[in-house]
Design a protein around this ligand. Structure first.
Ligand code: IPM
Ligand code: MG
Length: 366
């Protein structure tokens, strides 16, 4: 059986990091006798330059024809100070999430012990932290009406949630919590926002079906503080589209770097896997970006889209081993990292492949 993977490398560092995730998957396929078929397509700024559209129909069709999607990053600084741009790279990503119905975004925050010192937070606060964020991905303020008045003096963005949208993501979070520490922090701003009050009431209703799971409601401002103060108090965090976008960038510091965090966006039919970092235009093309978040996203792809738990674990284990050997990209290096252990993107990708290869093709010596 052939598993089809659409690869949308996107912009900035996207192609640099995607290459190593794809090569890891190719190696896994060889090692486990699977057949993976890759097809590349354009998204974001790269697509706008080629066709004028951030999500061309050919790209969407290629994703629909695939079993899973691997994505690098989208975004380009040329749009940042141009409020009149009518087509923006990020629109391509949002349209894709919506078109494929990827409402459930999983963002695991997992500490690699070797990186405890790469964080700006104290190691004793971090050790043992293990958080799984559930981000509602196809609703909320990202997808409400965006408006600007004709005179350019007023702009608004509407935050809308329906009960059904909250219910389906809440069920996913509670189910995951049942398999973990049985604790869900639902994060909202119910003291101010009507959409959050609906969110909270709906989460409470869904919670009744999971009596073993403890529910804690937290306001988003408090949650931001608690994450940094005592990350170990969290198990599963359930929250809306924008709050989770912000909280997970903050939470990335628990792992030492944004360059370490993978994500999976799941719907009823497709799964899309991408690092949570952006296109990082400031370091694009310099071969210094950290490819590990994308490689770890490929590991999530194996587990969630193809049900290949063992394959996924071998890949994660290879990343772990490379870190244990002391190798770092610049973003996760600490002051005492030896200069020869600070690797470029391709060297880090190469190290992971090397370890993976030795795990997959170990010859038994008698
Ligand atoms: C993310 C990113 C995207 C988002 C951007 C690129 C639109 O920041 O996946 O976290 O805000 O969802
Ligand atoms: Mg983000």
């Amino acid at each position: 059986m052939t598993h089809k993977i659409a690869v949308l490398a996107g912009d900035g560092i996207g192609p640099e990091v995607c290459e190593w995730a794809q090569r890891s998957l190719e190696l896994i396929a060889r090692g486990f006798n699977h057949e993976f078929e890759f097809s590349a397509a354009l998204l974001g700024h790269a697509a706008i330059q080629a066709s004028g559209e951030a999500l061309p129909a050919t790209t969407l069709n290629r994703c629909r024809a695939a079993d899973a999607i691997l994505l690098g990053a989208v975004g380009d600084p040329s749009y940042d100070n141009n409020p009149t741009a009518t087509v923006r790279p990020e629109q391509g990503l949002l349209a894709l999430r919506s078109a494929l119905g990827l409402y459930c975004n999983l963002r695991p925050i997992r500490i690699f012990d070797e990186l405890l010192h790469a964080s700006s937070l104290k190691p004793e606060c971090l050790q043992g932290a293990d958080i799984l964020f559930f981000r509602e991905l196809t609703g909320g303020i990202y997808f409400g009406e965006h408006q600007q008045s004709a005179d350019g003096q007023t702009a608004s963005d509407l935050m809308v949630y329906t009960k059904a949208e909250v219910e389906r993501i809440a069920h996913q979070a509670f189910k995951a919590a049942q398999r973990r520490q049985r604790k869900v922090h639902s994060v909202d701003k119910a003291n101010v926002l009507a959409a959050s009050r609906l969110w909270r009431a709906t989460v409470n209703e869904v919670a009744q079906a999971y009596p073993q799971v403890e529910v804690i409601h937290q306001y988003v401002d408090n949650a931001a503080m608690q994450l940094i103060r005592q990350p170990k108090q969290f198990d599963v965090v359930l929250t809306g589209n924008m709050f989770c976008d912000i909280l997970t960038d903050a939470a990335s510091q628990i792992t030492g770097s944004l360059g370490m965090l993978p994500s999976a966006s799941i719907g009823d039919r497709w799964g899309m896997y991408e690092p949570i970092h952006g296109s990082a235009p400031d370091i694009a093309g310099r071969n210094i970006a950290n490819p590990l978040a994308t490689i770890l996203s490929a590991a999530m792809l194996l587990e969630f889209s193809f049900d290949m738990k063992e394959e996924s674990e071998v890949l994660i284990g290879s990343v772990e081993e490379v870190l244990q050997q002391g190798y770092r990209t610049a973003d996760i290096a600490s002051p005492d990292t030896a200069i020869e252990q600070i690797l470029s993107t391709s060297e880090m990708g190469g190290k992971v492949l090397e370890v993976l290869e030795s795990k997959l093709f170990q010859s038994v010596v008698i």
